[in-house]
Design a binder for this molecule. Sequence first.
Ligand SMILES: [Zn+2]
Length: 142
Amino acid sequence: MATGKKLTCLTCGQLNRVPEDRLNASAKCGTCGAKLLSSKALEVDAGILEKAARNDELPLVADFWAPWCGPCRMMAPEFSKAAASLQGQARLVKLNTEDHQAAGQKYGIRGIPTMVAFARGREVKRQSGALREAQIVDWVRH
Ligand SMILES: [Zn+2]
Protein backbone atom coordinates (compact mmCIF):
# COMPACT_ATOMS: atom_id res chain seq x y z
CA MET A 1 0.00 0.00 0.00
CA ALA A 2 1.28 3.42 -0.91
CA THR A 3 2.24 5.59 2.00
CA GLY A 4 3.20 9.21 2.13
CA LYS A 5 1.37 12.46 2.14
CA LYS A 6 -0.80 14.04 -0.50
CA LEU A 7 0.30 17.54 -1.34
CA THR A 8 -1.12 19.86 -3.95
CA CYS A 9 1.49 21.62 -6.04
CA LEU A 10 0.99 25.30 -5.22
CA THR A 11 2.29 26.30 -8.63
CA CYS A 12 0.36 24.11 -11.09
CA GLY A 13 -2.31 22.53 -8.86
CA GLN A 14 -1.29 18.92 -9.51
CA LEU A 15 -1.91 16.56 -6.60
CA ASN A 16 1.31 14.74 -5.66
CA ARG A 17 1.91 11.90 -3.25
CA VAL A 18 5.20 12.36 -1.42
CA PRO A 19 6.75 9.43 0.48
CA GLU A 20 7.35 10.21 4.16
CA ASP A 21 11.12 9.92 3.73
CA ARG A 22 11.07 12.48 0.92
CA LEU A 23 9.10 15.12 2.78
CA ASN A 24 11.90 17.63 2.70
CA ALA A 25 13.08 20.71 0.89
CA SER A 26 13.97 18.80 -2.26
CA ALA A 27 10.49 17.30 -2.82
CA LYS A 28 9.31 18.38 -6.26
CA CYS A 29 6.06 18.33 -8.20
CA GLY A 30 5.97 15.43 -10.67
CA THR A 31 4.27 17.62 -13.26
CA CYS A 32 5.95 21.03 -13.23
CA GLY A 33 9.04 20.46 -11.07
CA ALA A 34 8.21 23.21 -8.55
CA LYS A 35 9.28 22.62 -4.95
CA LEU A 36 6.44 21.19 -2.89
CA LEU A 37 7.82 22.28 0.45
CA SER A 38 9.04 25.77 -0.22
CA SER A 39 10.61 27.85 2.53
CA LYS A 40 8.65 30.77 1.10
CA ALA A 41 5.01 31.77 1.55
CA LEU A 42 3.75 31.32 -2.00
CA GLU A 43 1.02 33.42 -3.53
CA VAL A 44 -1.85 31.21 -4.70
CA ASP A 45 -5.10 31.73 -6.55
CA ALA A 46 -8.54 30.67 -5.38
CA GLY A 47 -8.57 27.39 -7.31
CA ILE A 48 -5.26 26.16 -5.95
CA LEU A 49 -6.15 27.21 -2.42
CA GLU A 50 -9.40 25.29 -2.59
CA LYS A 51 -7.73 22.20 -3.97
CA ALA A 52 -4.90 22.27 -1.44
CA ALA A 53 -7.30 22.93 1.45
CA ARG A 54 -9.36 19.92 0.40
CA ASN A 55 -6.59 17.43 -0.35
CA ASP A 56 -3.39 18.26 1.49
CA GLU A 57 -2.24 15.99 4.26
CA LEU A 58 0.13 18.55 5.69
CA PRO A 59 -1.35 21.55 7.56
CA LEU A 60 -2.06 24.47 5.26
CA VAL A 61 -2.26 28.07 6.45
CA ALA A 62 -3.60 30.80 4.19
CA ASP A 63 -3.00 34.48 4.83
CA PHE A 64 -5.79 36.54 3.27
CA TRP A 65 -4.37 39.96 2.50
CA ALA A 66 -4.56 42.89 0.09
CA PRO A 67 -2.00 45.41 -1.18
CA TRP A 68 -3.92 48.41 0.22
CA CYS A 69 -3.92 47.01 3.77
CA GLY A 70 -1.15 48.50 5.94
CA PRO A 71 -1.20 45.82 8.65
CA CYS A 72 -1.05 43.15 5.90
CA ARG A 73 2.10 44.71 4.48
CA MET A 74 3.60 44.89 7.98
CA MET A 75 2.83 41.22 8.53
CA ALA A 76 4.14 40.02 5.14
CA PRO A 77 7.83 39.70 6.13
CA GLU A 78 6.83 38.04 9.41
CA PHE A 79 4.64 35.56 7.56
CA SER A 80 7.55 34.82 5.18
CA LYS A 81 9.87 34.14 8.09
CA ALA A 82 7.27 31.89 9.68
CA ALA A 83 7.00 29.95 6.40
CA ALA A 84 10.74 29.28 6.56
CA SER A 85 10.58 28.27 10.23
CA LEU A 86 7.71 25.87 9.56
CA GLN A 87 9.14 24.35 6.37
CA GLY A 88 8.24 20.65 6.29
CA GLN A 89 5.66 20.98 9.09
CA ALA A 90 3.08 23.22 7.48
CA ARG A 91 2.70 25.11 4.23
CA LEU A 92 1.97 28.81 4.37
CA VAL A 93 0.33 30.51 1.41
CA LYS A 94 -0.97 33.97 0.64
CA LEU A 95 -4.17 34.88 -1.13
CA ASN A 96 -4.65 38.38 -2.45
CA THR A 97 -8.30 39.21 -1.72
CA GLU A 98 -8.22 42.13 -4.12
CA ASP A 99 -7.35 39.87 -7.05
CA HIS A 100 -9.55 37.02 -5.80
CA GLN A 101 -12.57 38.66 -4.20
CA ALA A 102 -14.78 35.61 -4.56
CA ALA A 103 -12.35 33.58 -2.46
CA GLY A 104 -12.50 36.13 0.35
CA GLN A 105 -16.29 35.82 0.30
CA LYS A 106 -16.22 32.06 0.06
CA TYR A 107 -14.15 31.76 3.21
CA GLY A 108 -16.13 34.47 4.97
CA ILE A 109 -13.19 36.83 5.38
CA ARG A 110 -14.44 40.02 7.05
CA GLY A 111 -11.20 41.76 7.92
CA ILE A 112 -7.63 41.38 6.80
CA PRO A 113 -5.09 40.17 7.49
CA THR A 114 -6.79 36.92 8.46
CA MET A 115 -5.03 33.57 8.67
CA VAL A 116 -7.04 30.41 8.15
CA ALA A 117 -5.58 27.01 9.01
CA PHE A 118 -6.78 23.92 7.19
CA ALA A 119 -6.16 20.28 8.08
CA ARG A 120 -7.57 17.13 6.52
CA GLY A 121 -9.92 19.08 4.29
CA ARG A 122 -11.46 21.25 6.96
CA GLU A 123 -10.88 24.69 8.41
CA VAL A 124 -9.54 24.19 11.91
CA LYS A 125 -9.07 27.75 13.09
CA ARG A 126 -8.65 31.34 12.04
CA GLN A 127 -6.99 34.44 13.41
CA SER A 128 -7.40 38.06 12.41
CA GLY A 129 -4.89 40.85 12.84
CA ALA A 130 -1.20 41.23 12.13
CA LEU A 131 1.11 38.95 14.10
CA ARG A 132 4.86 38.64 14.42
CA GLU A 133 6.80 35.60 13.25
CA ALA A 134 7.00 33.89 16.66
CA GLN A 135 3.28 34.40 17.22
CA ILE A 136 2.44 32.96 13.80
CA VAL A 137 4.65 29.90 14.36
CA ASP A 138 3.12 29.39 17.79
CA TRP A 139 -0.41 29.75 16.42
CA VAL A 140 0.23 27.24 13.64
CA ARG A 141 1.77 24.66 15.97
CA HIS A 142 -0.92 24.76 18.68
ZN1 LIG B 1 3.41 21.50 -10.17
